[in-house]
Design a protein around this ligand. Structure first.
Ligand code: GDP
Ligand code: MG
Length: 437
């Protein structure tokens, strides 16, 4: 699926010290291919990856985070933009407000009408009236009646009337007399776009001037979803899109392409047949879902906020000269602490969430180390070699630690320095995340 493909696209730059022209180009190419394979139109995929490429090349290399994560962040931000940036609210002014539901047969209109009524009733304190305007199939009226019963919402239907426009006008009168403040009109659909269908919905639109015309589309129909959206929008100039069946094996391309093609916001996503599986569409969450890679954004943002690039550069120099000392170590601990709880922080790393459940990393384990360093004199911190056995005893007493603990920490620190000198050829980006552990 798209998530997995994008994840493998990022492998190119994971572990590399920094973003280079070369790895950007390779990654962008992979991302483009993954998008096209997920039914995103080629031109959209190309425009998208061109933007990502520009942003990646223009971005300052952050020393604190690895370039793979930076790239993910850029892609995620761009995906969010592509899908509309922020969520889009329903316009519900008027007494009653009128919402017209349109789309192909089987796209999920009737199911969505029920879910929307339930959402407006339970989340927005509205009093909705469902209208069965599918005049061709008696079963369609039955279906909506059952749903309305389940959620405890009133329904309006006329089984003998074959004039959809008249039914809708009567329904609005009924809504006014019963003090209903939202009318949701479930219309008939057809298997393919045709003139009869389009004219009927367009006539309803002309007669009642709805606040919202929501186009319902099955997200599993891939590239077709975009063509259908375009046809409906040309005729109805709808106000928003509802993506259904996101619980299925959808390739995700529809959500990406529709906003771009018709420039109308996706307002809801529906993922299941139960009445409470309707969600407001949040572009950022969808982008995260598509990337499926843990809460990378917040991780990167925390790192961006807290790491001082200058300081990191100084540190890098010291490490290269093998002059890393206890003062530096202490500063690193402080940086890590500023970024929040260590366990939470590591839990945000993709794939780490599960592993972290079984591992005990308490912030307390750093407190002991800090106490030891605090008991050293500035000269000792700057020259670890100074610290003789007698000094260790003094440090142990001062920090309230066991001499064995002090010895163990000194040994760990020596090992760490050895490792650093071995890794000296590597750039900082790769080393920093390991240092806190
Ligand atoms: P309509 O012809 O546009 O009114 O479509 P329906 O609401 O009757 O839905 C067609 C079929 O898709 C029904 O079997 C629904 O139960 C099913 N369906 C609708 N929405 C969803 C959804 O979000 N997820 C899943 N899995 N099935 C859905
Ligand atoms: Mg229906």
């Amino acid at each position: 699926n798209l998530s997995e493909r994008l994840e493998s696209a990022f492998k190119n730059i994971k572990g590399e010290g920094r973003i280079t022209e070369l790895n950007i180009a390779a990654t962008v190419k992979d991302i483009r291919r993954a998008l096209v394979d997920a039914d995103v139109n080629y031109k959209i995929a190309k425009d998208f990856t061109d933007t990502v490429k520009d942003k990646a090349q223009g971005s300052k290399v952050l020393l604190a985070v690895n370039p793979g994560q930076q790239m993910v962040k850029i892609v995620q931000d761009e995906l969010t933009e592509l899908m509309g940036g922020t969520e889009s609210e329903l316009e519900l002014k008027g007494a009653p407000a009128v919402i017209l539901i349109a789309g192909l047969q089987g796209s999920g209109k009737t199911t969505f009408s029920g879910k929307l009524a339930n959402y407006l009733k339970t989340q927005k304190g509205k009093s909705p009236l469902l209208v069965a305007a599918d005049i061709y199939r008696p079963a369609a009226i039955d279906q909506l009646t059952v749903l309305a019963g389940q959620i405890g919402v009133d329904i309006y239907s006329e089984r003998e009337n074959k004039d959809a426009v008249a039914i809708v006008q009567n329904a609005i009168k009924e809504a006014k007399s019963k003090n209903k403040n939202v009318v949701i009109i479930d219309t008939a659909g057809r298997l393919a776009i045709d003139e009869v269908l389009m004219k009927e919905v367009a006539d309803i639109k002309a007669a009642v001037n709805p606040n919202e015309i929501l186009f319902v589309v099955d997200s599993m129909t891939g590239q077709d979803a975009v063509n259908t959206a375009k046809a409906f929008n040309d005729r109805l100039n709808f106000t928003g899109v509802v993506l259904t069946k996101l619980d299925g094996d959808t390739r995700g391309g529809a959500a990406l392409s529709i906003k771009y093609t018709v420039n109308k916001p996706i307002k809801f996503v529906s993922s299941g047949e139960k009445m409470d599986t309707l969600d407001v569409f949040y572009p950022d969450r969808m982008a995260q879902r598509i990337l499926g890679m843990g809460d990378i954004t917040s991780l990167v943002e925390k790192a961006q906020a807290q790491f001082d690039e200058e300081q990191a550069k100084k540190l890098e120099k010291k490490i290269r000269k093998n002059q890393f000392d206890f003062e530096d170590f202490k500063q690193q601990l402080e940086q890590i602490k500023k970024m929040g709880n260590l366990k939470d922080l590591m839990g945000m790393i993709p794939g780490m969430g599960k592993a972290m459940k079984d591992i005990e990393i308490s912030d307390d384990s750093f407190k002991g180390v800090e106490a030891i360093i605090n008991s050293m004199t500035p000269q000792e911190r700057a020259n670890p070699d100074l610290i003789s056995q007698s000094r260790r005893l003094r440090i142990a007493k001062g920090s309230g630690k066991d001499i064995a603990e002090v010895n163990a920490f000194m040994k760990q620190f020596e090992q760490m320095k050895q490792m650093m000198s071995m890794m000296n050829k590597m750039p900082m980006g790769k080393m920093m995340p390991g240092m806190g552990r």
